[in-house]
Design a protein around this ligand. Sequence first.
Ligand SMILES: *Cc1c(COP(=O)(O)O)cnc(C)c1O
Length: 245
Amino acid sequence: MDQRQEELATNLDRVHARIAEACTAAGRNAEDVTLITVTKFFPAADVERLAALGVSQMGENREQEAGPKFAELSPSVRAAVRLHFIGQLQTNKAGRVASYADVVQSVDRARLVRALDRGAAAALQAGDRQTPLDVTLQVDLGQGADQGRGGALPEDVTTLADLVVASESLRLRGLMAVAPRDLDADGIRAAFDRLATLSGELGHTSPDATWLSMGMSADLELAVAAGATHLRVGTAILGSRPSAE
Ligand SMILES: *Cc1c(COP(=O)(O)O)cnc(C)c1O
């Protein structure tokens, strides 16, 4: 183990301990919470180190970074890792992402649903993927006030969900959100509760769409308390990113 791998192992242990503690406090089972390690800004070598530590779910937020990075991985590591695309996605890059991502969490508009569906269908036909593309709908919990992070308005979730369910090559798994900026713990808690309520409503028409992807390095405890099934954690495992986003 090199020094970087030891650092990653220590950080990973800390995050697992935080999740375990949050689950205990919430009366939840730690197995019901999936940790996605967000490797954006960090090299393929770190993905390889994390995979060697048993990490199997990775997150990336930019196509121009994720594509080349994951193409660099050794075939055995690539096969062992599930890649969640979690960033804002332009329609003209959707086809590429649909060819290599296992999940796209940031689906927030009808045009993107159609572009991903076309891309996933083409990738299935070409043999680049074997299964439909799992997607979650990203919801804007800032009521449009928190621009730049994307997300559909809550009132548009049902229409988008219907579109995914009616698609050929996409599978609706649930909802995703990023907590709006500049909120205190109560505000974040309220935002996560809103997403959980929307998820419950979605469950009436799409009973398989059970994922609730919310919670990052700073707020994972609040997310677990509100019922998160998927956490997306970068900084707490990889360290500070080299530049501001
Ligand atoms: C970067 C990112 C994360 C991880 O954030 P950290 O604060 O580093 O844990 C989670 N979700 C999305 C959508 C991101 O872009």
